[in-house]
Design a protein around this ligand. Structure first.
Ligand SMILES: NC(=O)c1ccc[n+]([C@@H]2O[C@H](COP(=O)([O-])OP(=O)(O)OC[C@H]3O[C@@H](n4cnc5c(N)ncnc54)[C@H](O)[C@@H]3O)[C@@H](O)[C@H]2O)c1
Length: 470
């Protein structure tokens, strides 16, 4: 009798669960498989090849067209006047007066005038030119993908501001178009070139932290003073419509690089928890008369990797807090932390005292003293910074990291090298936006992270920034 009752209970439970699965747990681009939300992954089209380690023909003078000359784009144009082997061929913004500002900046820098394009479709004429190698896109999030696709279809490499794509579908479009047209498609993730992050990457690659098991990144930046500054209110409008972590890449990119994502490891699944929107909604009520607001004030996402590591990523642009990208690495032999206090904790046995004899015995439960931190940062300075840090600090752009990014992009194009960030980095770092929204909207169910390399995530062993001659 007891057996019979237990059997009936189990049967009813199974029916209930499967009907819930069948009726509710299915979205427009995903379904539930074995308790995990799985997003559709299109197959690679015939004739399309991987862009892993892709090298384009070296370009002696990189001819550039800029699209989007707002707060970010206007500064990019200025920085490019400091890079050798570059010709600024075209300037484009929806608004002609913004083009004029950048044109005047070229004049101030003694650079010859560029062709001017304006209007919402002005970028098309720019991309159709035959004398351009690279389209540099610094428009709003809503227009990154159509402009980048059009540019690649017209034979141009593209560099796109962050986040380059907001949906999984758009990530695939960029991957597929780059693979098919054999054009670089790089996200302009500047934070990977920040001095602390790049030094830590070097330390991690040299084994100073042992095996890095966990990494945390964030974009915590109270944007209150800036909401009015975005052209046509694009940023608040985007947040009003989209949930999830809408701006993940600044905190996430440097962590993924340390973890060798798609260069020996891959992200398996993520789960997200978002708060409700309070400040975001209030802002949108005041400015747009909105009654709903999709982005929560604070969202946390956790990711598990194939090799058993974890990543955490947070987003909050709505509440009063100190600026924070976290950047925290937890290794078997050491620890690095950037915000709010930058520092290291290291095991004594892992300190290279032959090269740094002045380092005293360290307290393994505390941050190393400031003098040791200074020694470590100097000793492990990344070769890229050794080469360009001084100039980068002079030219500026978030303390110089923006210039390092532009410099490296042009350096790799000059020398026909694989770029530091490939199209799979772009897709992996950006896909978190929609995946986190799906997870959060479904009781934080795990969501499988698509493999944008289509099975080739373990082919390249470790991240490498190429230098001339390699
Ligand atoms: N990497 C960083 O540190 C960093 C910092 C700030 C912003 N950003 C990114 O840079 C991008 C631009 O942000 P912003 O702060 O400069 O915004 P912004 O509003 O100041 O500039 C966007 C510009 O794009 C133009 N634009 C819009 N549609 C266009 C079209 N169809 N053709 C040509 N121009 C068009 C607008 O007129 C505007 O001038 C965003 O993706 C943002 O996330 C990155």
């Amino acid at each position: 009798m007891i057996k019979k009752i237990l059997f009936s209970v189990a049967f009813i439970a199974t029916v209930l669960t499967s009907s819930v699965d069948a009726q509710v747990l299915k979205g427009k681009n995903w379904r539930v498989k074995d308790g995990v939300i799985v997003v559709d992954e299109p197959q690679r089209a015939k004739g399309q090849k991987s862009m892993l380690e892709f090298r384009a023909e070296p370009i002696k003078t990189v001819r550039v067209g800029f699209v989007g000359l707002g707060m970010r784009g206007v500064e990019a144009v200025k920085r490019f006047t400091h890079i050798e082997g570059v010709e600024i061929v075209g300037l484009c913004d929806k608004y002609a007066d913004r083009v004029t500002i950048s044109q005047n900046n070229l004049k101030k820098a003694n650079v010859k005038p560029a062709a001017e394009y304006s209007g919402a479709d002005g970028y098309k004429k720019l991309c159709e030119r035959k004398d351009i190698d690279l389209i540099y896109i610094a428009t709003n999030w809503q227009t990154h993908v159509p402009i980048a696709l059009y540019a690649m279809e017209h034979g141009k490499h593209v560099a796109i501001e962050v986040p380059s794509a907001g949906t999984i579908e758009d990530c695939w479009k960029l991957v597929d178009t780059s693979e098919r047209t054999r054009k670089h498609c790089m996200m302009l993730e500047n934070c990977v070139y920040d001095f602390f992050e790049l030094t830590c990457l070097n330390m991690a690659q040299k084994g100073v932290f042992g095996e890095v098991l966990h990494a945390e990144g964030a974009y915590i930046h109270n944007l209150e003073p800036y909401w009015d500054a975005y052209a046509d209110n694009w940023r608040l409008e985007y947040n009003q419509k989209h949930g999830g972590d809408v701006y993940p890449t600044h905190g996430f990119g440097p962590c993924c690089q340390v973890m060798n994502i798609h260069r020996g490891d891959k992200m398996e699944y993520l789960t997200s928890v978002s708060t409700k929107s309070v400040n975001g909604l209030k802002l949108a009520q005041e400015r747009m008369g909105s009654t709903t607001f999709a982005t929560g004030d604070h969202i946390v996402t956790l990711i598990k990797t194939k090799s058993g590591k974890s990543l955490e990523i947070q987003h909050n642009t709505f509440t009063p807090r100190p600026y924070n990208r976290l950047y925290q690495l937890t290794g078997t032999e050491g620890f690095a932390n950037k915000y709010p206090i930058s520092g290291f904790t290291l095991r004594n046995k892992n300190v290279d005292r032959k090269s740094m004899p002045n380092i005293p015995t360290l307290d393994e439960h505390d941050f190393v003293p400031d003098s040791v931190k200074t020694t470590l940062l100097k000793f492990y300075q990344h070769p890229i910074h050794q080469e360009i840090e001084e100039k980068a600090k002079q030219v500026g752009g978030h303390g110089g990291m923006d210039f390092v990014m532009d410099y490296r992009l042009i350096y790799c194009l000059h020398n026909g090298l694989p770029l530091d960030q490939d199209v799979y980095d772009l897709a992996e770092w950006c896909c978190v936006s929609e995946l986190s929204e799906i997870s959060d909207h479904n009781n934080s169910m795990p969501v499988k992270v698509p493999d944008f390399t289509r099975g080739e995530w373990n082919k390249v062993k470790g991240l490498h920034f190429y230098m001339r001659g390699e």
